[in-house]
Design a protein around this ligand. Structure first.
Ligand code: HEM
Length: 397
């Protein structure tokens, strides 16, 4: 890799440091100096314009396919990981994405919105009278899991085991994947069992829903094979629950730090959709996505060699002063953020996530008046996929 003219000595960010934060002063300084930084694993792209163009650049593939090998891990999770949509490349990825697209369409999501609202209301009512709750376990986890139950047509009493399986499977995405392999693979097996049971039920009694639409694509097995069908359902469960849970927690914490914005949302519930966008711009749970050039490429004079890991920092792009001012403002429509990615891998579940989080924040702002921290929160590292582990809050009724 040769330095570009603009960044003769590109800054270095130590992503391997367990205390590294994507929101640190070091990242801000690096972004001022240069559009990218060197890291122990490839480069980190820090500015909005370059992040957007690299997300859409077909000369790069999604970069996390190496993750199981990097962790010397094997078994069911690793096999699924390599097969599933996110790690497919080029025309094969396009084909699979086109086939599963109808299952994620707004036509199927919009009728579910009143259900998302009812789920949020029911969960809030279970703790509201106490004037306090542990937001992650009492709201974010049940809400995000029950939404997926609703989308898949699973019974809601299964939300606990489903949330546990999805959290165990999520351990594969952390630094302790290798030592947690047995737990990760057992959870993957449980999610495949759910997927197979669901498909059998829906084949017997078809509906116009997510799973039935995938089954329709699977009628021609040359187009969507049985394994691809199960892989897709497992991806929807595992990709949908943890992200939404963390994103809700990050959103709540942003509002706790900016009470005037909560007041505004409480006064104007129609701002809930905008609030979700602002949360994802400023506190995206997916702090970076990775890419890998399929050939040597040149960006702003920098030659990025084939195979280099390229981290695209969503939060750094979303707060880039070249594009955004520094305020938190749910009343303004900002330029699009990259919290759902962009380009060929743009989040397929974004219409579901946007709708369910909008209902969640609309209902939360209506019921929880002047929320505040009720003790210290606990956090996942501020890198990779982040969010609160515990978020105790109290509020007025
Ligand atoms: C707040 C919640 C969510 C966030 C923050 C989120 C974030 C993301 C991001 C950043 C990507 C792009 C990854 C990349 O470019 O490498 C992605 C892809 C994806 N997401 Fe989401 N997601 C969320 C919810 C969901 C839900 C609810 C589902 C399904 C029900 C889902 C299914 C997917 C799928 C299937 C892909 C892969 C698309 C492809 O490779 O073509 N996501 N998501």
């Amino acid at each position: 890799m040769k330095p570009s003219d603009e960044c003769f000595e590109a800054p270095f960010l130590n992503l391997a440091d367990p205390d590294f934060s994507v929101r640190s002063e070091a990242v801000r300084e690096a972004r001022n100096k240069c559009w990218y930084a060197r890291t122990p694993y490839g480069i980190a792209v820090l500015r909005y314009a370059e992040i957007g163009s690299l997300l859409r650049d077909a000369r790069l593939r999604q970069g996390s396919y190496r993750w199981p090998a990097h962790n010397r891990a094997s078994g069911l999770f690793a096999e699924w990981w390599l097969r599933m949509l996110l790690n497919r490349v080029g025309t094969d990825h396009d084909r699979l994405r086109r086939l599963v697209n109808p299952a994620f369409s707004p036509r199927l999501v919009t009728p579910l919105i009143p259900r998302f609202e009812a789920i949020a209301e029911e969960i809030i009512m279970a703790f509201k009278a106490r004037g306090r709750c542990e937001f992650m376990s009492e709201f974010a986890a049940p809400f995000s899991t029950r939404v997926i139950c609703e989308v898949l047509g699973l019974s809601h009493d299964q939300w606990g085991p489903l949330a546990d399986a999805s959290a165990d499977m999520g351990l594969a995405l952390g630094v302790t994947y290798e030592e947690n392999q047995c737990r990760v693979n057992a959870a993957t097996k449980r999610l495949f069992d759910y997927a197979q049971q669901l498909v059998a039920e829906r084949r017997a009694r078809p509906r116009d829903d997510f799973v039935s639409n995938l089954i329709k694509a699977n009628e021609d097995k040359e187009r969507l094979g049985d394994q691809e069908l199960y892989d897709m359902i497992v991806l929807a469960i595992s990709g949908g629950i943890e992200t939404t849970r963390n994103q809700l927690g990050l959103g709540m914490s942003l509002f706790l730090d900016h009470p005037e914005q909560w007041k505004l949302l409480n006064a104007q519930h129609k701002l809930a959709r905008n609030a979700v966008e602002e949360i994802m711009r400023l506190r995206p749970t997916t702090t970076w996505v990775t890419r890998e050039p399929l050939e040597d490429i040149t960006i702003n004079g920098l030659v990025i060699e084939k195979g280099t890991t390229v981290h695209l920092f969503a939060e750094s792009g979303g707060t880039d002063p070249r594009v955004f001012d520094s305020s938190v403002d749910i009343a303004t429509e900002h330029k699009r953020h990259y919290g759902f990615g962009a380009g060929p891998h743009y989040c397929l579940g974004q219409a579901i996530a946007r709708s369910d989080m909008t209902e969640a924040f609309r209902l939360l702002s209506r019921h929880l008046i002047e929320p505040q921290y009720d003790g210290a929160p606990a956090w996942l590292p501020d890198s990779g996929n982040t969010g609160p582990i515990k978020l105790p809050i109290k509020f007025k009724l």
